[in-house]
Ligand binder design. Structure first.
Ligand SMILES: *Cc1c(COP(=O)(O)O)cnc(C)c1O
Length: 396
């Protein structure tokens, strides 16, 4: 129902809404049902049992599919003749539910899967699980399109761009063309960018996979994941996986996610503006090293990110002198919560090395920039840096 020529703000407020009906709610409330009335032969019934389908998921899946679909501004490439088919979306209980549906649901013993070596930290246990099932896993970093060299014989290439937490960017179109030339499928983790920041399917990928827990829903109160793809057979495989493992979203979460989509354009625009303001302020500080944000013109990824992305996301990463400095900094912040995850309306930051999973220095900070006033955030961060630089609080 959304015309693809509409702008992002228009698309998000109408995404997935049912046809207008007198006296009905514009966005119907969540449907709580473990089963549906099911007379006679169940063949073709749209709703039969609650693990298989739910009208609240259907509406959300329609909405996400509209946003992941290439639009009038996308150079859609030659392979679809410029006439992209519909996007099929399958929602999950979490991002990891969606990721495992693609990785564990499509790889078979003897297959080769290429993963980023610097991606989301749960790719490490996922890799071990794949290897336990007889899948060969190769890894390469995101930056410099290094995964290109690992593609021979691969069945699936997994891309995470920008990577989390290092914020490197790779050329999705180039990697996808190379993978397809070798007969490999391509999945892109689109969590950080959201469909308004980057459209992997328009760049040729077979799957766009994301955690909706982050910027997509954006309030830090919902866990959700999804897989979007154009090929109905791939979608059927993913849907069958969800049904088999039961990694289904709750109707309330699905409804909250759909409601949150309406503000996705204003949230992601404001977050990217605020993130750039903070990255610029941090770049001028002597105690701060290696400020990364794909929208920062001095960032190594900027040239590629500006070609490939439409919005640069909410994350800024940087390194402080050491662990103690970093902990003093985080404790001194007034407007920034020390918390993991990202994409919320409220700014959060964390010392990423506290988890032990990422190859980052002890003083590495991943900051997720929210919707506060940029001047307030910059002032708070500068004050906290000064406080941290003055050493341990003698009263503490
Ligand atoms: C958070 C995250 C995930 C996992 O999503 P959950 O909803 O927490 O399961 C996957 N990939 C990236 C890039 C993430 O940031």
């Amino acid at each position: 129902m959304s015309a693809s020529a509409d702008g992002d703000g228009t698309r998000v407020v109408r995404a997935g809404l049912p046809e207008e009906e007198p006296y009905a709610a514009p966005l119907p409330g969540p449907v709580f049902a473990a089963h549906y009335h099911l007379p006679g032969d169940p063949t073709g019934a749209p709703y039969a049992y609650g693990r298989d389908a739910n009208p609240t998921w259907t509406a959300l899946e329609q909405a996400i599919g509209e946003l992941e679909a290439p639009d009038a501004d996308d150079a859609t490439g030659a392979d679809d003749g410029g006439v992209p088919g519909p996007v099929h979306t399958v929602t999950f209980a979490s991002g990891m539910g969606a990721i495992s549906a693609v990785l564990l649901g499509t790889a078979r013993p003897g297959d080769i899967v290429v993963l980023p070596s610097d991606g989301y930290n749960l790719l490490v246990p996922t890799r071990e699980r794949l290897e336990g099932y007889g899948v060969e896993v190769r890894t390469a970093p995101t930056g410099g399109d290094a995964q290109l060299d690992a593609l021979d014989g691969a069945r699936l290439l997994w891309i995470e761009s920008p990577s989390n937490p290092g914020l490197d960017v790779c050329d999705i179109r180039r990697l996808t063309d190379a993978a397809h030339a070798r007969g490999a499928l391509v999945a892109v983790d689109n969590t950080l960018a959201t469909p308004l920041g980057q459209r992997p399917l328009a760049l040729g990928a077979d799957f766009s996979v994301a955690s909706g827990t982050k910027a997509l829903t954006g309030h830090g109160d919902v866990l959700l994941g999804y897989v979007a793809c154009r090929d109905p057979e791939l979608a059927a495989t993913v849907r069958q996986w969800r049904k088999t493992v039961g990694a289904i979203p709750g109707p309330m979460e699905a409804w909250l996610a759909h409601r949150s989509l309406a503000t996705l354009e204003v949230r992601t625009r404001r977050q990217a503006e605020n993130a750039l303001a903070l990255a610029e302020a941090l770049g001028g500080r002597p105690e701060v090293r290696d400020v990364r944000h794909p929208g920062l013109p001095s960032d190594p990824s900027y040239a590629l990110a500006s070609r490939q992305m439409r919005r640069f996301g909410c994350l800024v990463s940087f390194t402080l002198p050491d662990r103690e400095f970093c902990e003093r900094f985080l404790a001194a912040l007034r407007l920034v919560d020390d918390a993991t995850s990202f994409g919320s309306v409220r700014t959060t930051a964390e010392r990423r090395a506290r988890w032990g999973g990422d190859a980052v220095p002890e003083g590495f900070v991943r900051m997720s920039v929210g919707l506060e006033d940029a001047a307030d955030l910059v002032a708070d961060v500068e004050r906290a840096l000064e406080r941290a630089a003055s050493g341990p609080d003698p009263a503490a």
